[in-house]
Design a protein around this ligand. Structure first.
Ligand code: ADP
Ligand code: MG
Length: 347
């Protein structure tokens, strides 16, 4: 035979087998050892997703937990624990230990943010959300009445015992997703999940890094652009990243946009000079309450509080509606600004 060089015909099949085996080995090495699975749903009024190196049963359990937290904490459901408590306002009532401790955390953030975060806004959020129906602004009289029925300082919480004045009502919507993200992360960690991304409508908690070992890359929504357009990226492991703004949930009436974050001092949707707030923290509960509060506070007050909280390990990205952007010093090497339409500013 010509052209076969020194390889005798007998060895050719053997070479072919070795080559195929080598190629196969290389191919499988390039695949992650385990592939992540992802599950999506709609809960707590928002799109939720979990991506994790886990089995189906674990994700099933995580979604079960989210569902039950939603059914407990929703202010819109009469059958939820919060719904029941609001209906019983005026007489003493008993909270479950978990809800009592979440309310205590919410009240602590109300105090720390000078009332910008307030878990007693149900009389106002009920007006502004129209409970999903007639989406038009309430009358000034209705808002004034609502303002008379709110106030975190009026909540009497003693252990698990709660007393609300008759017309008052709780709305834990500004902290519930963060709490739910923390609880989901806890469940996954207990089941030895080493890599996961939990996203509850912008309340993100990551466990470990990506399945390939690198940090999770999380895009920060550009609040002035349509969904999915990011102003930059953070690279994180084992952290919560919560973003708030008026870009996600709002309704429009006669050419004006009404966001779902209410300013407790006016009773109306917050008219903030911040367009987006991102908080990086250990606990998503804290990030959730803070992102809502800082948005309400506006740039000047938010910057001052951010400065204090940076000493406690929190980090912030504050996007001004004029294109200015503040990022905490600790985010150097973590946050990368990608949009050319923002100017990074010192505080
Ligand atoms: P976002 O989705 O923009 O991060 P959140 O869901 O954290 O906002 O908070 C908004 C929800 O919190 C509202 O739908 C309402 O239930 C409640 N809420 C609105 N304004 C406040 C406020 N000032 N303090 C506490 N909770 C609020
Ligand atoms: Mg919030």
């Amino acid at each position: 035979m010509t052209g076969s060089g020194t390889v005798r015909p007998f060895f050719r099949p053997l070479f072919a087998v070795i080559l195929i085996a080598l190629a196969g080995a290389l191919f499988f090495r390039s695949l992650p050892r385990e592939a992540p699975i992802e599950r999506r749903g709609f809960m707590m009024g928002t799109a939720v997703s979990i991506r994790a190196l886990a089995d189906e049963e674990t994700l099933e359990a995580a979604f079960g937990l989210l569902h039950s937290l939603d059914e407990t904490l929703s202010a819109h459901l009469e059958t939820s624990e919060i719904g029941r408590v609001n209906a019983e306002a005026g007489s003493p009532t008993q909270l479950s230990p978990q809800t009592a401790s979440l309310l205590a955390e919410a009240l602590a953030w109300a105090e720390r943010t000078d009332g910008a975060f307030d878990p007693t806004l149900r009389p106002l959020t009920r007006l502004w959300s129209g409970d999903g129906q007639n989406h038009r602004p309430p009358t000034e009289e209705a808002v004034a009445r609502g303002l008379g029925d709110i106030g975190w300082k009026r909540v009497r919480l003693d252990g698990d015992s709660l007393l609300l004045e008759t017309a008052m009502g709780l709305d834990l919507g500004g902290i519930a997703k963060g709490h739910a993200a923390d609880e989901t992360a806890r469940l996954l960690r207990e089941r030895h999940v080493a890599s996961a991304l939990i996203d509850l409508g912008g309340n993100i908690v990551v466990i470990g890094g990506r399945p390939d070992g690198g940090p999770w890359r999380i895009g920060i929504q550009d609040p002035r652009k349509s969904r999915g357009e990011c102003l930059g990226v953070v690279e994180v492991r084992d952290l919560s990243v919560v973003s708030s703004g008026n870009y996600e949930r709002f309704f429009e009436w006669e050419g004006r946009r009404y966001g779902h974050i209410v300013d407790p001092s006016t009773g109306c949707p917050a008219d903030s000079d911040l367009s987006g707030v991102t908080v990086l923290s250990e606990r998503s509960l804290d990030g959730d309450a803070l992102a809502t509060a800082l948005f309400v506070m506006g740039r000047e007050k938010a910057s001052a509080l951010a400065g204090e909280l940076e000493k406690e390990g929190f980090a912030f990205i504050l996007a001004g509606d004029d294109g200015t952007l503040y990022a905490s010093p600790s985010l150097e090497g973590v946050f990368r600004l990608e949009s050319k339409e923002y100017r990074l500013e010192e505080r």
